[in-house]
Write a protein that binds this ligand. Structure first.
Ligand SMILES: [Ca+2]
Ligand SMILES: [Ca+2]
Length: 417
């Protein structure tokens, strides 16, 4: 889903202020310069069964995390909930100009819900490999959608050696309310490292200036790729709108995977959103008791799987973040887990008291969580029990908050009273 903020292009953006550097000949041949698609790596380890536990480093002495735990007791809901739709195993959603809503269903369907509530299936969507956490995942419209009609999709793409995360783009044609089609679809980017495992991440966010596409790529339950600079797994990537390495990236001159990498050491980043001040925030599904809210900055390493404030699901400990302070610690973390899905940073008028707050969809937490952001700091503010697994959250054009439940219900939240 696009987390673009309307008309903030003039704001200075720390996350995208890096100036394109003059590059003579980037190592490895820059895909954008050559016009050829980057061929992602296929390490032999990718096809192995996913390991049970994070690799252990006995030399690290655990220093327990003491600050930043964000779990809150549930408080009374300040909103009225109206169910306005029903989908099948949805993952992401995105508004179109005019009030239509695109919704992805993991089995592979893209739905268009018109402003009047009627729903049509969009034809022309690429073949996906559904199952587990894979399938058709995020949907986002291009910053220049009004002219280009470009729609971006992320999904697990089937392959001979197993699935991999892919980013595709097509043009949306809606000749009449009963028909919608994605046309001229091309795959812009592939993660490579085809093989087993869920945790694709797969969230798309555009920089406030509309020039760059940020993509979260999960580590596929394989742990170590998140620290491997030669794999596109477990990273936040900063790409051009054509899916190439973006000039100005920290390792742009090195070409290949490194040239695309913005930040390293992520597990399963399901939330990615720019704040009005240009900062990029990310929610990450951690291991047991290790869910994170991170402030994403260029070139930083967020520590997975070396450190986590949670532990392996088997119970085997993982050193907490303070054990290795060279890694960027989460601003907030949750134990017990909440399993964060999508995230927005609210800018609407319907809930004026929430302007600038992040809203996190919580799956296992069955909650909507509000976090107050102030510059680089985050404070847990409220946690509302929704009685259902919340997959995604989006801000509607009128400022209402819409939620997608994991069981498919689409809910509209407006102020109570
Ligand atoms: Ca971390
Ligand atoms: Ca730990």
């Amino acid at each position: 889903m696009i987390r673009r903020l309307a008309l903030v292009a003039l704001l200075a953006s720390p996350a995208c202020s890096a100036q394109p550097q003059a590059q003579s000949q980037p190592a490895n041949g820059d895909a954008a310069a050559s016009g050829q698609a980057f061929v992602p790596p296929q390490p032999a380890s990718a096809s192995k069964p996913v390991p049970k536990n994070a690799p252990q480093d006995a030399s690290i002495k655990n220093v327990p995390a003491t600050a930043g735990k964000a779990n809150l007791p549930a408080t009374a809901q300040p909103f009225t909930i109206q169910k306005i739709g029903q989908f099948e195993e949805p993952f992401g959603m995105e508004f179109l100009p005019g009030g239509g809503l695109l919704v992805t269903e993991k089995a592979g369907a893209l739905k268009l819900r018109h402003a009047d509530g009627s729903v049509v299936t969009v034809s022309g969507v690429p073949k996906v490999e559904p199952g587990g956490q894979g399938g058709l995942l995020d949907v986002a419209i291009a910053p220049d959608f009004a002219d280009s009609k470009y729609v971006y999709l992320t999904y697990s793409e089937p392959g001979e050696k197993g699935s991999a995360l892919a980013l595709a783009r097509g043009t949306l044609a809606t000749p009449n309310p009963a028909r919608a089609a994605l046309q001229n679809v091309s795959v812009l980017w592939r993660s490579g490292s085809n093989g087993p495992g869920g945790q694709f991440g797969a969230r798309v966010a555009f920089s406030p200036d509309g020039q760059y596409l940020f993509l979260s790529s999960g580590e596929r339950q394989r742990f170590s790729p998140a620290q491997d600079p030669e794999q596109l797994l477990g990273k936040i990537l900063r790409l051009t709108l054509d899916g190439k390495a973006a000039p100005g990236n920290p390792m742009y001159a090195e070409g290949g995977v490194r040239a695309m990498t913005w930040s390293t050491g992520h597990r399963n980043p399901y939330g990615l959103a720019f704040a009005p001040d240009g900062r990029l925030w990310e929610t990450e599904m951690g291991p047991r008791g290790g869910d994170e809210l991170n402030l994403i900055e260029a070139g930083k390493n967020y520590g997975w799987p070396v450190v986590s404030n949670g532990d392996n699901y088997s119970g085997q400990p993982i050193p907490d973040h303070p054990s290795k302070p060279e890694f960027e610690a989460p601003k907030l973390w949750w134990n017990p887990s909440i399993s964060p899905g999508g995230m927005i940073i609210y800018t609407g008028d319907l809930f004026p008291q929430y302007k600038g707050s992040a809203f996190l969809a919580a799956l296992s937490g069955q909650a909507l969580i509000r976090v107050e952001l102030n510059g680089a700091t985050a404070r847990p503010a409220e946690q509302w029990d929704m009685g259902a697994r919340i997959r995604d959250v989006i801000q509607a054009p009128d400022g209402a908050i819409w939620l997608l439940q994991d069981d498919g219900a689409l809910d509209r939240l407006t102020p109570k009273g």
